[in-house]
Write a protein that binds this ligand. Structure first.
Ligand SMILES: [Zn+2]
Length: 233
């Protein structure tokens, strides 16, 4: 029981029993590529893709950064207080975005889904899409927060989140298996395989490879990973 601003609030904890994800229920597999240009790009078992635009988020973060710079240059005590408030406001906003995104993903794919994410611990993100001013910021807690929100929201509906190794997920051709860095063209956001000529949007390609690793996870591989085969001779 909590008293706040003249009102009493009674908090009641509830436990809801749900059954667990079962890999034998023929789950659908959804690969999710997290990024900045797109917050998330998905690829599902039917070959369909969803793009979640990240431009508005980037714009808003830039604005936050500008205000932060102004306040920092002032250096007064009131500026410091405002800086603190600004940081809290930005965190709350980002948390809302992540809640919304996790909720939308769970609603879009429903129960018996294997959501596959890259394990981004110790990973430095590609910063090509990012203005310089935001680069120190990009390897942020926001990615991990989305992961945790998605994990508990998925659990509630007999779905699950698996994490796979991120190595080469943006370099492997899903058609012929060639792992080639030069296949990815950052300027045009296109993947174009030099061997089999397969072409695809580069964010979608990441999600495809992540989904493929999810398939391996489902069939029992504990830490699925793309390995680059070096040519012989
Ligand atoms: Zn190919």
């Amino acid at each position: 029981m909590v008293h706040s601003r003249g009102k009493w609030f009674l908090h009641i904890g509830i436990t809801k029993k749900t059954s667990d994800f079962n890999s034998k229920d023929n789950p659908q597999i959804v690969g999710i590529d997290r990024g900045l240009r797109f917050l998330a790009t998905t690829f599902d078992s039917e070959g369909k893709t969803l793009f979640f635009d990240g431009q508005k988020i980037l714009c808003k973060r830039k604005k936050f950064l500008e205000i932060r710079r102004q306040l920092q240059s002032k250096g007064t005590r009131s500026a410091k207080r405002k800086l603190k408030q600004l940081a809290q406001r930005e965190n709350r906003w980002m948390t809302d975005v992540n809640h919304w995104l996790a909720k939308t993903l769970v609603a879009a794919y429903g129960s018996h889904t294997l959501f596959v994410l890259e394990d981004l611990t110790n990973v430095t993100f590609n910063t090509d899409d990012l203005p310089k001013s935001l680069r120190n910021n990009h390897r942020s807690w926001a990615f991990f927060q989305l992961e945790s929100f998605l994990t508990y929201k998925a659990q509630a509906i007999q779905s699950i989140v698996a994490k796979v190794n991120p190595a080469f997920t943006s370099q492997r051709c899903p058609k012929c298996g060639l792992v080639e860095k030069a296949n990815r063209h950052h300027e045009t956001h296109e993947y174009w395989c030099v061997r089999c000529q397969y072409r695809c949007n580069d964010d979608r390609l990441g999600a495809m490879n992540i989904a493929a690793l999810g398939q391996e996870w489902l069939s029992g591989v504990k830490h699925p990973k793309i390995t680059k085969l070096t040519a012989i001779g």
